[in-house]
Design a binder for this molecule. Structure first.
Ligand code: PAF
Length: 302
């Protein structure tokens, strides 16, 4: 693996910076071999696990990795095992070319985009199940989801052997579950959680926002508005979670297509629900707007 392959931004004949695409790897064995070579050179490696359809939220993770690591690997893989049969695996957007262009601009080094058959060859039977924090909230609504997430994330950790893996706070429970897996199974990787990136109207960026009609997109603002209200109440001294849930519900119910799956005020690490609010808390919500299920959250540190 020549080091030149990961060098970025050589000058063209006009003296302007030419942007080099990240190096695309599709074969897991090749990814692993390239990582061996990079680790032998003492490189600090950052991994940004994604399912592609990249937006500024993902790019903020890749930029954090660029700032903190020598080599940034972005995985781009729509993982079939984390979707239930009735979910959106088939229609999930697959935009590898556009993703590569975006990652060129921020000078990511490698994109790892394996096929489902390479990640799950015939005869694959392993399953990583993290109990506790994976069973509530998203885990209650999507019972096999976190097994699929943990299985693929552990495979990515084993293939890329990153020093740091970057996840977005938008999927807050996912970060808690991955941290628990890493602790319980002694996986030698640091998990970094980076802030939610929101659009100007407050809607959290998500690859699934593109399923929303214009009208639903406007209605989706109630998620962040209800979190803002929760924050205002809790920071103003409200201690009764039911009062906060009522205020959130009132805001969400102004959107005619919105249906609440859950509102939850919990401990930021265990996610254990709090009836009386004490110390730092995370407020989590899942709301269906039309046929699209959206999740959002805010951390309130006091
Ligand atoms: O957050 C996601 O996009 C996915 O759950 C992840 C972590 C890439 C695993 O497929």
């Amino acid at each position: 693996m020549a080091e030149e392959e990961v060098k970025q931004g050589s000058e063209n004949s006009y003296g302007a910076e030419e942007e080099l695409k990240p190096y695309l790897v599709t074969d897991p064995k090749e990814m692993s071999a390239r990582i061996d070579a990079l680790r032998a050179q003492g490189k600090r490696i950052g991994l940004v696990p994604t399912m592609g359809a990249l937006h500024l939220g993902h790019l903020s993770l890749a930029i954090a990795s660029k700032n903190e690591c020598d080599v940034t690997v972005v995985s781009d893989f729509v993982n079939p095992t984390q979707f239930a049969p009735n979910e959106d695996y088939d229609k999930y957007p697959r935009t590898l070319d556009a993703d590569l262009t975006l990652l060129t601009h921020i000078k990511a080094d490698y994109v790892f985009a394996p096929s489902p058959a390479d990640m799950y060859p015939s005869g694959f039977e392993a399953n990583v199940h993290v109990g506790g924090v994976s069973k509530v909230l998203e885990g209650a609504f999507r019972p096999t989801h976190f097994d699929g997430v943990c299985t693929v994330v552990l495979k990515l950790f084993n293939l890329v052997r990153a020093d740091v893996a970057y996840f977005g706070q938008k999927d807050y429970q996912q970060v808690c579950v991955v941290r628990k897996m890493v602790r319980d199974l002694n996986v030698p990787v640091e998990i970094a959680m980076k802030p939610i990136i929101r659009d100007r109207d407050g809607v959290a960026l998500s690859s699934r926002n593109q399923y929303l009609s214009d009208d639903e997109r406007r209605q989706a603002r109630v998620l962040n508005k209800s979190l803002e209200k929760a924050k205002e109440l809790i920071q103003g001294g409200e201690r009764d979670s039911e009062v906060v849930y009522d205020a959130m519900r009132q805001i969400i119910e102004t959107a005619p297509s919105a249906k609440i799956d859950y509102l939850h005020i919990g401990d930021p690490e265990s996610l254990r629900e709090m009836e009386r609010i004490a110390g730092n808390v995370v407020v989590l919500e899942a709301v269906r707007v039309g046929a699209t299920r959206l999740i959002d959250n805010c951390l309130i540190e006091r």
